[in-house]
Design a protein around this ligand. Structure first.
Ligand SMILES: [Zn+2]
Length: 120
């Protein structure tokens, strides 16, 4: 396997669509070729992080709204005046914390995937 043959296979490899034989050859090539490994990591990052994460995604917000609405509908015990804003605040904070964690882990130099990129 050489670079010309390896590069078009990277996307299929990422999604587990490469044939077993091609997969083995590609893995062997990636282990010995920093250029292709870097390209693979960049592709992987582009697939997994399609855009800069600045705010919770629309999907996360929709899930949060549904969760809060379900919680409000349940109404087994009436909420005191301070419980509802606290619950909504905690839910929002946990979403922001999750987003912040993902962002921190994925954008700091010296952390994955940056650390992996520098590996020979
Ligand atoms: Zn290569």
């Amino acid at each position: 396997m050489n670079c010309e043959r390896a590069k078009p296979e990277l996307l299929g490899f990422h999604f587990g669509m490469a044939e077993a034989e091609a997969r083995g050859a590609l893995e062997a090539h990636l282990l010995g070729c920093p250029a292709c490994l870097r390209e693979y990591l960049e592709l992987k990052r582009a697939v997994e992080l399609p855009e800069e994460i600045e705010a919770p995604s629309e999907l996360s917000r929709a899930r949060l709204r549904r969760a809060v609405a379900a919680e409000l509908r349940r109404g087994a015990a009436p909420w005191t005046w301070w419980e509802r804003p606290l619950a909504v605040g905690l839910a929002a904070a946990s979403v922001w914390l999750a987003v912040g964690t993902v962002r921190f882990v994925s954008t700091q130099p010296g952390r994955a995937p940056h650390a992996m990129e520098r590996a020979p």
